[in-house]
Write a protein that binds this ligand. Structure first.
Ligand code: IDP
Ligand code: MG
Length: 156
């Protein structure tokens, strides 16, 4: 099982798309194990996007991400990191495929609704940055055995 860090960005919150985007992950069969609304402090945004420091869009990105509340999610499932990235679609709303979150809900290249960890290393770093002790819950889903085939050693 992987747990990935998803952020519904300020544009998703302001446009009233939180529920519809969150529903897509629930509909897929992924499990929400953490969920909180925060206004990202400057320093946290800078740290989160530190790999992009120096790029032309970096300052704008940090000010966008701190401009209004976001919904931070921890989403769990087998292969959850890649599944969520695929559901998000390409980075730019202008060319993200139909059927993806960015493709269906936006046209902008910088206001692209959602962040998702892109590797296991990024996921564990980002989970630590955004969630404190006790904020991610290991809860048992009643319907788990109908989401995964649990007859073998690993959920399939
Ligand atoms: P990702 O979010 O799909 O992983 P990254 O390349 O990691 O894409 O970029 C991080 C974020 O920076 C993007 O989601 C987007 O909000 C913003 N961004 C990336 N490239 C550009 C650009 O060329 N112009 C404006 N904003 C950009
Ligand atoms: Mg990225």
């Amino acid at each position: 099982m992987q747990t990935t860090l998803i952020i519904l960005k300020p544009d998703a919150v302001q446009r009233g798309l939180m529920g519809r985007i969150l529903s897509r992950f629930e509909d897929k069969g992924l499990q929400i194990v953490g969920c909180k609304m925060i206004q990202i402090p400057q320093e946290m945004a800078e740290r989160h996007y530190s790999d992009h420091k120096g790029k032309p869009f970096y300052d704008g990105l940090v000010s966008f991400m701190t401009s209004s509340p976001v919904l931070v999610l921890a989403i769990r499932g087998v292969g959850a990191i890649a599944i969520c990235r695929k559901m998000m679609g390409a980075t730019f709303g202008s060319n993200a495929e139909g059927g993806t979150i960015r493709g269906d809900f936006g046209v902008s290249n910088s206001f692209n609704l959602i962040h998702g960890s892109d590797s296991p290393e990024a996921a564990s770093k980002e989970m630590e940055l955004f969630f404190g002790a006790g904020e991610v819950l290991d809860w048992e889903r009643a319907g788990e055995k109908w989401v995964y085939d649990l007859s073998g050693d690993e959920p399939e």
